[in-house]
Design a protein around this ligand. Structure first.
Ligand SMILES: Nc1ncnc2c1ncn2[C@@H]1O[C@H](COP(=O)(O)OP(=O)(O)O)[C@@H](O)[C@H]1O
Ligand SMILES: [Mg+2]
Length: 310
């Protein structure tokens, strides 16, 4: 019988992934489980992100704020469903362990049908394999998040993975960035605001899928200079009053100042994404994409014609 460990020496684990914040490990004795730790190189001796300044240093959870946010959302979802088992559209938190890199956050590992770690949406787009099946699954994912009032703080294409080996049908699963990020928790409090945010995310990811489809690697025609300038100016204005780490978006680097409200950062990120989309825009411009609306995001934007069918 396997006993849950209280401490894991990560030297005995295989590193299987990682990103801007986390290292991701697997332990052969614990199949189906991933262990996430916060990368030591971004942590200061006080347990804050080295780039955190000002009010952010008052948050007592420091680098574990993100884990707490995810756990919070998980608990909210469980509160609503008291009769297990449920398949939720995110990797289920499984527990905590101490490791040689501080807290180890254990989560459900999402695999593809061959037992390899499931590809992210970004992987699928880059490989040119994002197709109708994925599109349907993506729309279902967002519809479900709306229905279940799931708050997605940071759902970009690297934080959702695709699998058809989990619930018996193709699905996207959120593996990172769950939970409310705004200082004022408007998305957690209000379905209306959450739905609007999810709709913006859906539009953003559909655009990304569309660029990937129409712009295979290496073909990046540059046009729309004025629109790019406008979008980047919006991003600049929005970030001018805030203090955050440097964000990189497909080659465009934006230095963010002191954070008043993460909603601003969200909007700035939208503006940056929009600028990036314009850089990568195909010769035939997509029919729908207006500049990001900073005050009015309520009007639904129609999807590109070739993406509406599902
Ligand atoms: N639960 C999971 N199942 C499958 N793959 C995962 C899971 N969690 C993370 N990964 C992989 O590890 C990568 C980095 O993990 P993530 O938690 O997103 O780190 P970061 O916060 O640094 O971006 C992801 O892009 C994904 O490829
Ligand atoms: Mg991530």
């Amino acid at each position: 019988m396997f006993n849950l460990p209280r401490f894991i020496d990560l030297g005995l684990c295989n590193k299987v992934g990682g990103g801007q914040t986390n290292n991701v490990y697997e332990l052969p004795e614990m199949p189906g489980v991933l262990i996430k730790t916060v990368r030591s190189d971004i942590v200061d001796p006080e347990g804050f992100n080295k780039r955190s300044k000002g009010a952010r240093r008052l948050r007592r959870l420091g680098i574990y704020n993100g884990v707490a946010r995810e756990l919070n959302e998980f608990l909210v979802q469980l509160r609503r469903r008291r009769v297990p088992p449920f398949n939720m559209p995110f990797a289920q938190p499984l527990g905590f362990v101490q490791t040689t890199e501080g807290l180890g956050y254990m989560v459900e590992r999402i695999d593809d049908r061959d037992g390899r770690m499931a590809p992210t949406m970004r992987d699928l787009c880059r490989a040119g394999s994002f197709g109708a099946l994925h599109l349907k699954a993506l729309n279902e994912f967002f519809d479900r998040c709306k229905r279940e009032h799931l708050v997605l703080g940071d759902a970009n294409s690297r934080n959702i993975v695709f699998t058809d080996a989990r619930i018996g049908k193709p699905e996207f699963v959120c593996i990172d960035g769950l939970g409310e990020k705004s200082v004022i928790p408007i998305h957690a409090l209000s379905r209306y605001f959450n739905d609007r945010k999810i709709e913006r995310l859906r539009q953003r990811l559909l655009r990304e899928a569309e660029w990937a489809r129409t712009n295979p690697a290496g073909q990046r025609p540059r046009r729309n200079g004025r629109k790019i300038f406008f979008a980047l100016t919006c991003a600049g204005v929005l970030t001018a009053s805030t203090a955050q780490p440097t964000e990189k978006a497909t080659g465009i680097e934006v230095s963010q100042a002191p954070v008043q409200d993460e909603g601003f950062i969200d909007m700035a990120q939208d503006a940056i994404d929009y600028a990036v989309s314009l850089i990568a825009e195909p010769a035939e411009p997509l029919p729908v994409l207006g500049p990001p609306r900073l005050h009015d995001v309520s009007r639904p934007r129609p999807l590109p014609a070739n993406l509406t069918a599902v």
